[in-house]
Design a protein around this ligand. Structure first.
Ligand SMILES: Cc1cc2nc3c(=O)[nH]c(=O)nc-3n(C[C@H](O)[C@H](O)[C@H](O)COP(=O)(O)O)c2cc1C
Length: 479
């Protein structure tokens, strides 16, 4: 099997054919790339943006943003039929994460003899990360971030498990970048073993390839499964990788840019703050592990894949909402919750902090069970704040309907369960007010009609579906 080298340019051709690529010339790395991308994602269907002629950089050294922010592009990334409707895309995704996960063991990556990533190499004194457009994305960022839509490849200390995680990289100087891994993340768990043994931690940072790469690296794939296997399972062909000559780590053969290096024992520098996915600069600059870059491999005319977060909607909030919602439905079902109709991880909560599921209530306690699993399942527990369960007449992706159910079908004393000392994050904007960092409480809101009063609960005062359809048909010209 030859394998798929995750070539970004093949995917970009598809995006051009979809009519969803805008080329932007002459923008400045200093705040303009960030601000243009931020304004772009506020459109109803934002195009992907390919920046060239970036101030201070050679023509051809490009940056791509907004790669995942439309249903059509997201469906091509996930190798589904092109879908231009969000609802159909979520429908098409139902059950897929489970299938991808169970298929993953059959798709070990395959090693290619070489690849376009080796077209150019910088070593020794020539190593200089500033050759590549490295944006200051937001006004209050602590530095310029080269790695946002990136893949950080690492290997376990005492097994062959290769992990690929999306962890941001601030540039410190020409051959040092930060590695911001939150403690529970798999890369951080691997790193802690090297640190304990006093050994240097090998790292390869992929700064651009087919967005499937960074996208899967940014999703919670279960512990011990390599993201490469998961990507292979989605594509139905293995990822074609090459071995890094410095670290021995595998990266996609068509990667645009790869930084290879080591975190040496005890090496840390101040990193951040950075505008984050929930819309805040939530943490101060903090000592963070630093990668000493020994070698840079890159393609001719390389493209940095940028994915800058900000106050939602932002670069990747839409895609997170869609994919995490499908994963939440699967997790609820795997957790033994029957009759889950739909779930939605809202963009306003960065697709983590405000999650809603709708169920068809079958038995007493069903809604509570769904709410607690929604709050605590593997894909949902991290920084979850509100888990809300609604009846099947409510669309969980529609905030207006959800909050109507909360306002009218809950009694706060009876229907809000508080889970204390759940998993929080240093990235939590509320952590300023917490004495115990790393924890946060979680509310499970049962906004379903009380199960023991389904029969006598007041009927909804809204025109029936039949009356609505009849009225719309007759009064189309004014409605
Ligand atoms: C664009 C983007 C940037 C991210 N930045 C970080 C980051 O800087 N640090 C972090 O710990 N997680 C970050 N995440 C979330 C992780 O990538 C995600 O939790 C992933 O599951 C981590 O991989 P792991 O499960 O192998 O640890 C980011 C996700 C995306 C999509």
């Amino acid at each position: 099997m030859a394998g798929n080298p995750l070539d970004l340019r093949i995917w970009l051709d598809k995006v051009r054919d979809l009519g969803e690529l805008t080329e932007v010339n002459g923008a400045d790395w200093n705040l303009e790339l960030g601000a243009i991308s931020e304004l772009n994602v506020k459109k109803a269907v934002p195009p992907a943006l390919l920046f060239d002629d970036i101030t201070g950089h050679a023509k051809g050294f490009r940056v791509l943003t907004c790669s995942t922010s439309s249903p059509a592009r997201l469906s091509t990334i996930l190798r589904l039929e092109v879908e231009r409707s969000q609802l159909k895309l979520v429908q098409a995704l139902r059950g897929k994460p489970n299938q991808w996960q169970s298929g993953a063991p059959a798709y070990d990556p395959v090693f290619a003899d070489g690849g376009p990533v080796f077209e150019n190499t910088l070593a020794g004194d020539a190593v200089d990360v500033y050759r590549f457009p490295c944006p200051l994305w937001h006004e209050k960022d602590g530095g310029r971030y080269l790695g946002t839509g990136c893949m950080v490849v690492t290997k376990d200390f005492d097994s062959d498990w290769i992990n690929v995680g999306c962890y941001r990289n601030m540039t410190h100087d020409r051959n040092h970048v930060g590695l911001n891994m939150i403690p529970a993340k798999h890369g951080a768990i691997q790193f802690s073993k090297y640190r304990k043994a006093g050994k240097p931690f090998p790292v390869a940072i992929v700064l651009g390839c087919d967005p499937l790469g960074y996208w899967i690296s940014g999703i919670e794939i279960p512990f011990g499964i390599s993201e490469y296997n998961y990507m292979g399972s989605i594509m139905k062909e293995p990822v074609a990788v090459v071995r890094g000559p410095v670290t021995g780590l595998p990266f996609p053969a068509a990667s645009e840019i790869v930084l290879e290096g080591w975190v040496h024992p005890g090496e840390e520098r101040l990193e951040g703050p950075f505008g984050e996915f929930h819309g805040y600069y939530s943490s101060e600059s903090e000592p963070t592990p630093v990668v000493t870059v020994e070698r840079i491999h890159y393609r001719n005319d390389p493209i940095v894949l940028g994915s800058p977060p900000a106050k939602p909607p932002h670069d990747f909030s839409y895609a997170k909402a869609v994919v995490r919602s499908a994963m939440l439905v699967d997790a609820l079902q795997a957790g033994g919750v029957p009759d889950v109709v739909a779930a939605w991880a809202h963009e306003i909560g960065g697709a983590r902090m405000f999650n809603v599921a709708s169920i068809k209530q079958r038995y007493s306690g069903h809604a509570r069970q769904a709410g607690h699993v929604l709050s605590q399942c593997g894909v949902g527990y991290y920084l979850s704040r509100y888990a809300i369960v609604v009846d099947d007449d409510i669309d969980p992706s529609n905030l207006q309907e959800v909050m109507w159910a909360v306002a009218t079908r809950t009694d706060p004393e009876l229907d809000i369960d508080i889970i204390k000392r759940g998993t929080g994050s240093k990235a939590d904007p509320m952590s300023v007010a917490y004495r115990q960092k790393g924890f946060c409480s979680k509310a499970v809101i049962d906004a379903c009609r009380p199960f023991d009063h389904l029969e006598d609960f007041p009927p909804v005062a809204e025109a029936s579906r039949e009356l609505q359809e009849k009225t719309r048909a007759k009064w189309r010209h004014i409605l």
